[in-house]
Write a protein that binds this ligand. Structure first.
Ligand code: SAH
Ligand code: SF4
Length: 375
């Protein structure tokens, strides 16, 4: 299987954009300076602009009433704040929502909002496709098309905020309270753009997501895990899925490059570095990784790491070579892990009627497009 593409370097390049979204605070100051603002007022104007973009969610400079009219006009002439096109907006019977977004170059990604009684999480994508070919993941059957830019990663959050009517950023309870970087793509193979986007998402005068409310999921790009802790300090989820290298090599081929021992060492260090529990994700595959012995081995492997284990029932897709483990097997597995002192919730599949569950993203829209071309 092709693991050569999985170098820790970022792959591909974001599409060219002349937008304001995704720029850092110093870069926004540079924009304002370039539009002729006097040096003395540049910091104030940059702060105000930031506030309009990320706290108020305004997309038209004409509405930025604290900025001088001339500056608003020059912004409108030279810069874009527009959101990507929302090509499709679907709602599941369980309240899950899915948006298909189209970017300037015509590439598309899907973003999923998952409401729960006391919180709401947005599952965002970081790449169009994925280079890693995990054998149980439908996204992995698509080639990597390109990385998303920071603007395109942030746009997913901002479109969701638009749709939920959550501007300005609420100070209290929010419908959109958490971000999970668990959509299409491997975020640590697009780390620079992902980090840029998440730093903006965490800014207190803006989207204001606390770092503990952001979870980044990785298949195990070990050399980038330390940088993720140092630069972002967000919650980390690891797609473990197997407790023996032989099986993990098949399920998550990047394991051939960074094996379970190396991955767990990086997790130990991350937990210390960020003083944070690690979430291990474990997809339940019938007869492959779901035995009691696997659960016991899992507990042995993660001993000493503050952790929780998310058990994910496998979501089947056409042609998938696996079946989901039966519910009683999942329950027995969960019981062993939780008896050892680790929370082991079983993730309820959400939004499967609109093809929004794990591993179903984008492929659905591709299938629809292929069907319409064939018609
Ligand atoms: N590339 C990152 C993040 C995106 S995948 C990663 O692999 O962690 C998000 C989660 O969905 C991962 O834990 C992944 O293993 C899981 N997943 C993928 N396909 C799935 C499927 N068909 N059923 C259940 N979970 C799946
Ligand atoms: Fe890529 Fe994650 Fe799917 Fe593996 S599970 S193919 S890393 S998106």
């Amino acid at each position: 299987m092709a693991v050569a593409a999985a170098e820790p370097a970022d792959v591909g390049a974001p599409a060219a954009h002349a937008g304001l979204i995704g720029l850092s605070r110093p870069e926004l100051a540079q924009v304002v300076r370039g539009l002729g603002e006097r040096e003395r007022t540049v910091p104030l104007r940059a702060r105000q602009l930031w506030h309009w973009l990320y706290h108020r969610g305004v997309t038209d400079p004409a509405l930025m009433t604290t900025l001088p009219v001339a500056l608003r006009e020059r912004l409108a002439e030279r810069y874009r704040i527009a959101r990507p096109v929302v090509v499709d907006d679907q709602a599941s019977v369980d309240g899950t929502r899915k948006w298909l977004l189209r970017f300037a170059d015509g590439r598309e990604v899907e973003t999923v909002y998952i409401p729960e009684p006391a919180r709401g999480a947005l599952c965002i994508s970081t790449q169009v496709g994925c280079s890693l070919s995990c054998s149980f993941c439908h996204t992995g059957t698509m080639p990597l098309v390109r990385n998303l830019g920071a603007d395109e990663i942030l746009a997913q959050v901002m479109v969701a905020r638009d749709a939920l009517g959550e501007w300005p950023t609420p100070s209290g309870a929010r419908q959109l309270s958490h971000i999970v970087v668990m959509g299409m793509g491997e975020p640590l193979l697009n780390f620079a753009q992902t980090a840029r986007a998440l730093r903006i998402a965490m800014d207190a005068d803006g989207l204001a997501f606390a770092r503990r409310r952001i979870t980044l999921s990785t298949s195990g790009i070990v050399p980038k895990i330390e940088a993720c802790g140092r630069e972002l300090g967000v919650s980390l989820a690891i797609s473990l899925h197997a407790v023996r290298d032989e099986l993990r090599d098949q399920l998550v081929p990047i394991n051939r490059k960074w094996n379970i021992a190396a991955l767990l060492e990086a997790c130990r260090a991350y937990a210390r570095q960020c003083d944070r529990a690690i979430t291990f994700e474990y997809v339940m595959l019938d007869g492959l990784n779901d035995a009691d012995a696997d659960a016991r081995e899992l507990v042995r492997l993660i001993r000493g790491i503050p952790a929780k284990v998310n058990l994910i029932p496998f979501n089947p897709w056409p042609g998938a070579p696996y079946r989901c483990a039966p519910p009683e097997r999942i329950a027995a597995f969960a019981a062993i892990v939780s008896r050892a002192g680790y929370p082991a919730p079983v993730r309820t599949p959400r939004g499967s009627d609109i093809l929004a569950a794990c591993g179903q993203l984008k492929t659905a829209s591709e299938r629809r497009r292929r069907a319409s071309i064939a018609a």
